[in-house]
Design a protein around this ligand. Structure first.
Ligand code: BES
Ligand code: ZN
Ligand code: ZN
Length: 502
């Protein structure tokens, strides 16, 4: 889909479908919607009145113009209450509108710029949100459904044009479109990685994706890859231990964006288990069937890196992940084994399914050696986090409230659901081991928190935040119209927003 901005009037725009809107309770149509209504001699007002269309958020209808307008169809979408209107509403109505347009089988769309000037929503944010809602709702993973992919290429939306008649707002709108494209492309990059089955998305393939990002950055992003020998030299016994059961060798990847005179340095660390069978502590098959998602943390880091050349951040940014597969076999690590990680700390493995924290122990320790101002890790770490927060909302914990609050702020702006969880020191005893420095499981309760406390052991004094995205990384239910089923790319937009705020 191509996205454009054009200065002009909605009523004169030639396209297959025109998107206009209505705030709840408004009967006297004004602005772009009013002009379209006028050009149609009051048809929109009439339908609204007769069909009792109230403009509730997400309410939507369409009609054919039968030659009375340059556009063939008009789609009217409800924006809800003016006073509750936020950028997240814009993403959602844009998503619903594009879905409606696809139902109608149209290919070119002209859209009103929803709600500019309402509250503190600036033209830039509006345009960005419309592009995000549109692009992310239009996404589908059709690689293995070739007939559908062909149909999409032939019949999908081709051109989406934002129409703005105020010349003073054009520049900001264009910039918003560019920024919306950036965040959407990064998110889509992550979605594709997560949706790709583990058969193809092996550790070496994930490394390949990182190398491609570095290559297309034309030297702006550097990459270091540690293979099994490199990991042995690093004494990364955590990742080496988890990888033992798999025929696919493990890798550690370190990507760097380093502008001149950077004042801040941050490290982004992602969990990258390309398939989590549970290992010898085997998962039941109904849970295992979605475990291709277990590299979603690394996918989000890669998604963010994939668009860094578009954002050109001032800060130095490091992306780190340890890619491997957690499999049972005659060579697999066992419950009862003790692994020595690169930090020198030892881990008693009591459940081979709590593997993410073991690999993260090595990647977090690697990150600390870069002496960053902060570390953010993203990991599909615990089912317990999903028990607490459900599968729409991710959890965030860490050792620095300022950092957590900054990330929560960024998440709030992007509409990604994120909730703060505590790391009570009282629970630390739950991961004490009789034979090693710690064990890899906690007690009966608070599994997300004991996993967080475990990770904390490997970050030293560096401000650190841990995002457990086990729930929202993969949509099994469509909670939000721009997050279709499958890999969601959760985290990319929040990371980018955070990076921009530095
Ligand atoms: N990858 C899983 C966590 C997960 C579960 C992600 C469901 C997405 C959906 C992780 O490696 C895991 O298996 N964690 C165990 C830990 C337990 C054994 C302490 C869990 O949460 O059950
Ligand atoms: Zn596991
Ligand atoms: Zn896992």
């Amino acid at each position: 889909m191509e996205i454009q901005v054009q200065k002009g009037d909605l009523e004169n725009f030639k396209c297959d479908a025109l998107i206009i809107n209505l705030f709840q309770g408004v009967t006297n149509l004004s602005g772009g919607t009013g002009s379209v209504d006028k050009a149609l001699e009051g048809l929109v007002s009439k339908i609204i009145k007769e069909d009792k269309f109230e403009g509730k958020e997400g309410q939507i209808f369409s009609f054919r113009t039968l030659g009375k307008l340059s556009a063939k169809h008009v789609i009217v979408v409800g924006l809800g209450n003016k006073k509750d209107f936020k950028t997240e509403n814009i993403r959602r109505v844009a998503a619903l509108s594009i879905k409606k347009a696809k139902e109608l089988g149209v290919r070119t769309i002209g859209s009103i710029v929803h709600g500019t000037g309402i509250g503190d929503i600036a033209p830039h944010s509006t345009a960005q949100a419309i592009v995000e809602g549109t692009m992310l709702a239009d996404y589908s993973f059709k690689k293995f459904k070739k007939a559908d992919a062909k149909k999409e290429a032939q019949q999908g939306i081709k051109i989406f044009t934002l129409i703005e008649n105020d010349a003073r707002k054009i520049k900001a709108t264009q910039q918003g479109v560019e920024d919306g494209l950036t965040t959407s492309l990064g998110t889509i990059f992550a979605r594709d990685l997560v949706n790709e089955p583990s058969l193809h998305m092996t550790p070496v393939e994930l490394v390949e994706k990182a190398k491609q990002i570095a290559k297309s950055s034309k030297g702006k992003i550097r990459i270091k890859v540690y293979d099994k020998v490199g990991l042995e030299k690093m004494k990364a016994g955590g990742i080496l231990g988890v990888a033992m059961g798999s025929d696919h060798p493990p890798y550690m990847v370190h990507m760097t964006w380093k502008p001149q005179n950077a004042k801040k340095k941050i490290a982004l660390v992602g969990k990258a288990i390309t398939f989590d069978s549970g290992g010898l502590s085997l998962k039941p098959s109904n849970v295992m069937e979605m475990m291709k998602l277990d590299m979603a943390g690394a996918a989000s880091v890669l998604g963010a890196f994939s668009v860094l050349t578009r954002i050109k951040p001032q800060a130095e940014i490091h992306g780190i992940f340890a890619a491997c597969e957690n499999m049972p076999s005659g060579k697999a690590y066992r419950p009862g084994d003790i692994l020595e990680t690169s930090s020198g700390k030892t881990i008693e493995v009591l459940n081979t399914d709590a593997e993410g924290r073991i690999t993260l122990a090595d990647s977090l320790h690697y990150a600390t050696k870069l002496k960053p101002d902060c570390i953010i890790d993203l990991a599909t770490l615990t089912g317990a986090c999903m028990v607490g927060l459900g599968d729409y909302c991710a959890g965030i914990m860490g050792n620095n409230n300022k950092l957590i609050d900054k990330i929560l702020d960024a998440a709030d702006k992007t509409g990604e659901a994120l909730w703060k969880l505590p790391l009570p020191k009282e629970y630390h005893q739950l991961i004490d081991s009789k034979f090693a420095d710690m064990k890899n499981i906690g007690g009966k309760y608070g599994g997300a928190l004991t996993a967080g406390l475990f990770l904390q052991e490997f970050v030293g004094e560096i401000p650190w935040a841990h995002i457990d995205l086990a729930g929202p990384s993969f949509a099994e239910i469509e909670y939000v119209p721009y997050i279709p089923l499958g890999g969601s790319g959760y985290g990319v937009r929040t990371l980018l927003e955070f990076i921009k705020s530095l």
